[in-house]
Design a protein around this ligand. Structure first.
Ligand code: FES
Length: 194
């Protein structure tokens, strides 16, 4: 994949990926990043001797970093001495792994037929306008990511918005604003649970 070219480049200077990042970050971010790589080292040290533990290592790495950027994939590959392509192949195969940072809240608009007919595209447009980002992007404050999804099996409630795990049915553009405001206050999206 094309990503390997990029990863390959990084890899040449990859002796210490943390260092590459440190050059661009402020001291607080440097500390945080160093700690993340130290945590990753501990995970690798714990699992790398067992065969077939790549997925476990990647899961833990995603918990640490929030996602699996190329530099982290390259770091793991180097540490456990396997090709980066093997790591990347696993990351891209399993949908549970993310290669882009995700916001605290992922707002998914269902674009299945029933939802589409009931105005899913209008909802998507309203969401993009409200958050000033495109589909697949994350707001600069790291709170929201916009995604679209296929039918989630609740067509009777179309149009659907799924906020993290919570399914919201018969949503109007106005309600999207309310959901965003609720999230911004740091509250749960699902008021029913609280
Ligand atoms: S099409 Fe949206 S839930 Fe089925």
């Amino acid at each position: 994949m094309a990503e390997y070219d990029v990863t390959g480049e990084t890899h040449k200077e990859q002796e210490s990926p943390a260092k590459v990042v440190q050059e661009k970050k402020d001291p607080l971010q440097e500390d945080h990043r160093s700690k993340q790589f130290a945590d990753l080292d501990r995970v690798i040290g714990r699992y790398s001797r067992e065969r077939g533990q790549l997925i476990r290592i990647l899961q833990k790495a995603q918990e640490i970093f929030g996602y699996l950027p190329e530099e982290v994939q390259a770091y793991i590959a180097e540490k456990i001495d396997i090709p980066v392509s093997e790591v990347n192949g696993v990351v891209t195969f399993y949908s549970l792994f993310a290669t882009e940072p995700k916001g605290k809240y992922t707002l998914n608009i269902c674009m299945g037929t029933a939802c589409y007919v009931k105005g899913a595209q209008t909802l998507m447009n309203a969401l993009k306008e409200e958050l000033k980002i495109d589909e697949g992007e994350t707001t600069p404050d790291g709170v929201f990511t916009i995604k679209s999804t296929r039918c989630v099996g609740a067509c009777g409630l179309a149009p659907i918005l799924v906020a993290n795990e919570d399914v919201h049915g018969k949503i109007s553009p106005g309600e999207i604003k309310k959901i965003i405001q609720t999230c911004r206050k740091g509250e749960s999206v699902d008021n029913k649970k609280h």
